[in-house]
Design a protein around this ligand. Sequence first.
Ligand code: 3PG
Length: 320
Amino acid sequence: MTQEELFTYFHDLGIVPVVKIDDAKKAVGLAKAMIKGGIPCAEVTFRTAAAEEAIRLITKECPEMLVGAGTVINPELAEKAVNAGAKFIVSPGLNKHTVKWCQEHNIPVVPGVCTPSDIEKGIELGLSILKFFPAEASGGVKMLKDLGGPFPQIKFMTTGGINPDNLPDYAKAPNVLAIGGSWMVKPDLIESEKWDEITKLCQEAVIKLQGLTLAHIGINLPDRDAASHVAKDFEKLGMTIKEGNSSIFMNGEIEVMKRNYLGKNGHLAFRCYDLERTIFFLKERGFTVKEDTVAKDPKGKIKVCYFNEEIGGFAFHLVK
Ligand code: 3PG
């Protein structure tokens, strides 16, 4: 995997759990629980003596797991981690020696920053992906928004104090590449081998990260007259008509189509925080993009796309 592919994967997956493991013998059980929970990726931190062996075991036993090393505070630790199988290096702060070692060895590196000065040092080292740490204590999403002003080219992996409650705020932030945290892999859960609990927490995190909610329902009608008739019925319920070229929107919630468009009965539109990420999420669940429906904004980001599969006789699409 090239560095570019790795960062695209971080974005699409959206979550990189931060693992602190005391007993390397538990590493494979942990990795399997995370894979089952839909997060085949981890930053194993060098905060314990077991980190190196844990990375080695996961790499050997679970090749589908993308494992990297965290809390890598010098080049020596980076070398140890890479020799054990780590595919990326993360550090709490920005140490130019660690960064340079990784760059010389072609290993993706994400050093931690929490001030504009740190970010400038990262830019000087040629980096565009940085870890924002400790996220909550450093001002959280408000700080990220302000950092986005002078540093629009930088994307952040954010960790430190993120949990299921504030996760959506980070998921919505445009300069967040991926979210890190330990809430789904807490040391006590690993210690007591609560694999099902870890799987469940991973599944919940992945779903919450998407922010999928129903935006509107589209109803297919054969022509304009039939559509107007139906729209008038909805008007009797107090809904407001807004007529467009191909459909009539009722309160923005129901779209009465003026022709038999996609879907046996019509379509469902779902909002999400990040279309590219949710497309990845849905592909993992067996859905396939209907390519001729993909519409992009001027920046090349997908703003609408339908899927080939129907749900209950309804086609469905994503909107931002
Ligand atoms: C890290 O190193 O990224 C953090 O310790 C993870 O933060 P959290 O434990 O608050 O999730």
